[in-house]
Design a protein around this ligand. Structure first.
Ligand code: TYD
Length: 203
């Protein structure tokens, strides 16, 4: 039985998710909520394998990548000690950096989006978020931040055209899910404090 709230942050690489998640968590804790922060890919063995694929830009089949993220997500939910379902059951607010929307946008560009959506959305072991916040930043700004902040770009961070494609895919997916999921797009090109305020209005 789920008691806590489940909030997911999505956005392109370099959209400022990690910074905003910390700001939002700080504010919710100040208001007395117990907040558990987590992220995908996770630190599980499957998550580590995924991180190797990303860091070394290995050209793995997109269906395989979709299935790996799915397996990682199921373990992320069902871990009896430290899983999403357990934290929600304990009444905590769970904030997750990326979730199935990323699978749809990233793996959906090179495999079968319907297959990915069906696998993730019809799985009873994968909790449905109460809210998804999409931080929308111009892909060129994201790419400039990645080039400035990272020593080496990861699999999906090399190519601005690909980042544009992924952003379009996110919006396509949000349109498909508009009657089923609670998704809010926040213009995150604004100054950081303004973005945080805008997110908190929705949270
Ligand atoms: P990211 O949030 O950028 O983590 P970090 O800041 O630690 O690098 O996520 C890593 C990458 O994983 C990102 O490029 C998107 C990708 N990804 C997918 O392709 N599919 C998924 O289902 C998820 C959760 C992430």
């Amino acid at each position: 039985m789920k008691k806590g709230r489940f909030i997911v942050f999505e956005g392109l690489d370099g959209s400022g998710k990690s910074t905003q998640i910390l700001e939002v968590a700080k504010e919710l804790r100040r208001r007395g909520e117990k907040v558990w922060l987590t992220a995908e890919p996770t630190v599980s063995p499957t998550g580590s394998y995924i991180r190797t694929i990303l860091a070394e830009s290995l050209e793995k089949d997109m269906y395989l990548q979709g299935a790996l993220f799915l397996a990682d997500r199921i373990e992320h939910n069902t871990d009896p000690e430290d899983g999403i379902l357990k934290h929600l059951k304990d009444g905590e607010t769970v904030i997750c950096d990326r979730y199935y929307y990323s699978s749809f946008a990233y793996q959906g560009t090179g495999s079968d989006l319907n297959w990915l959506m069906q696998m993730n959305l019809s799985c009873s072991q994968i909790a449905k978020p109460d809210l998804c916040i999409f931080l929308d930043v111009d892909p060129l700004t994201c790419k400039n931040r990645i080039d400035r902040d990272r020593e080496k770009a990861e699999l999906y961070e090399h190519d601005i055209m690909l980042m544009e494609k992924i952003r379009n895919k996110f919006f396509h997916v949000f349109a498909c899910l508009k009657d089923k999921e609670n998704i809010v797009v926040v213009d995150a090109n604004m100054e950081m404090n303004e973005v945080t305020k805008e997110i908190l209005k929705n949270v």
